[in-house]
Design a protein around this ligand. Structure first.
Ligand code: GDP
Ligand code: IMO
Ligand code: MG
Length: 425
């Protein structure tokens, strides 16, 4: 049975939500394994639109069990709001569908404040985080002072832990950052209120998944962010604080590597990035503006305009290698429909040398000069095409060139945000 990881092959927002929603009809479990409410996964089906931040994108197509795995960092208040949104959108019994790992770490208000204060302090070197407390929550986890979802069920000990942590944090806020201190009582009350809604979902999700694997039940693992935002393999320090890449799927769910049968990479037909950091193929011209306009490239979580540029095949190949991707989905093909000329980056020049790999040092990435191959556009509407053979010849040539360069075929080509606007090969 398939255990398939779905991973962003770029800097996030590749359309993972759409593809997970599409494929979830054929699976028994959909599992988020890292990140938190920094993610914004947009789903469009029937006449409905929803942006999910924490809840896996498998809620609306079929009846798979949706698991928020141990590797995710959860803001309980954001989760409560999202549960409400899902329940308002569709008639659903979440008690049978949603499972939250008792080992997942909790994002507390102090993590969000620290995230924002640290960004402010970085000035022009700011990472451009989503301000959702992601980095500081993972710092708490790794430094072993974190609060886990299971701890929410033990109120007394929880209060002690929060007060202890907050004493240190208030010290830093006051003396290091010159910011107002935070109130423990208020935080505890807020957490109590959220816990009342989510307590029944908290359980040992690793065990559920182990049993599912033994019963040969299909599983989808839904990555958040993207390979180039990976804390180890991305454009450090302009990255997120978790591991969206394949290894993170194992540690963030408890699923062992040898159980994984498929690694599906999602890439747009061009590139985007939100926040700061190097982006070799970024366009600061009318083509970049047109990509943003055609693709509605504004952040699903923060509303920030996304930086846009041509597809970077060197970066894509790097992502394929990092994750052992053996399947690819190409999204937002339709965004290129009215371009006269389309470019892809095939290699770089770095300090006068030709480079065919993605450098590991962000300062090198910053200095890369992309070298492009140009393709004539197809200049027709691809939105309602449902078979690969019916795509315009120029679109097929563009796709085939990418496949040959990367060495992996596209099993899915997406030509619009809706479920129905998809070619499955
Ligand atoms: P995710 O974070 O990877 O799930 O992606 P986002 O939801 O942040 O951003 C992708 C955006 O593109 C969303 O608004 C989707 O509705 C939209 N989208 C997904 N696939 C396509 C496509 O093939 N064409 C177009 N035009 N939009 C798409
Ligand atoms: P999805 O899952 C795009 C970016 C932020 C910032 C950096 C660090 O929707 O693809 P963080 O708040 O994580 O500490 O910010 O990572 N970032 C994303 N960019 N899509 C996302 O998620 C992102 N999540 C974080 O913009 O540059
Ligand atoms: Mg997104």
């Amino acid at each position: 049975m398939a255990v398939r990881i779905i991973i962003g092959a770029q800097w996030g927002d590749e359309g993972k939500g759409k593809i997970v929603d599409l494929l979830s009809a054929e699976t028994d479990y959909v599992v988020r394994y890292q990140g938190g409410a920094n993610a914004g996964h947009t789903l469009k089906f029937d006449d409905k639109t929803i942006v999910l931040h924490l809840i896996p994108s498998g809620m609306f197509n079929g009846d798979s069990k949706c698991i928020i795995g141990n590797g995710v960092v959860i803001d309980p208040t954001a989760l409560v709001e999202e549960i409400k949104e899902v329940e308002e959108l569709v008639d659903i019994n979440l008690k049978e569908r949603l499972f939250i790992s008792n080992s997942a770490h909790v994002i507390l208000p102090y993590h969000k404040v620290l995230d924002q204060v640290k960004e402010k302090n970085r000035g022009s070197d700011a990472i451009g985080t989503t301000g959702r407390g992601i980095g500081p929550a993972y710092v708490s986890k790794v430094s072993r002072i974190g609060i886990r979802m299971g701890d929410l069920l033990n109120q007394e000990e929880l209060e002690d832990k929060i007060r202890r942590n907050l004493a240190d944090i208030n010290d830093a806020l006051k003396h290091v950052y010159n910011e107002p201190e935070l109130d423990a009582d208020e935080m505890i009350e807020q957490l109590k209120a959220a816990t009342a809604t989510i307590k029944d979902y908290i359980c040992n999700t690793t065990q559920i998944l182990h049993e599912a694997i033994e019963a040969n039940e299909p599983i989808l693992l839904e990555g958040a962010q993207g390979s180039l935002l990976d804390v180890d393999h991305g454009t450090y320090p302009y990255v997120t604080s978790s591991s969206p890449t394949a290894g993170g799927a194992c540690t963030g769910s408890g699923i062992p590597p040898l159980a994984i049968t498929h690694s599906l990479g999602i890439t747009k037909a061009y590139c985007t990035r939100v926040g700061n950091g190097p982006f070799p193929t970024e366009l600061d011209d009318k083509d970049g503006e047109k990509l943003r306009k055609n693709g509605q490239e504004f952040g699903a979580t923060t509303g920030r305009p996304r930086r846009c540029g041509w597809l970077d095949l060197v970066a894509l190949k790097y992502a394929v290698r990092l994750n052992g991707m053996n399947e690819l989905a190409l999204t937002k093909m339709d965004v290129l429909d009215d371009f006269e000329t389309i470019k892809v980056c095939t290699h770089y020049e770095l300090d006068g040398e030709t480079i065919h790999h993605f450098p590991s040092d962000s300062e090198d990435v910053q200095r890369l000069q992309p070298v492009y191959k140009s393709f004539p556009g197809w200049q027709t509407d691809t939105r309602n095409i449902s078979s690969f053979d019916d795509l315009p010849e120029n679109a097929k040539s563009y796709i085939k060139f990418i496949e040959e360069y990367i060495g992996v075929d596209f099993t899915i080509v997406s030509t619009g945000p809706k479920r129905t606007e998809t070619i499955v090969r």
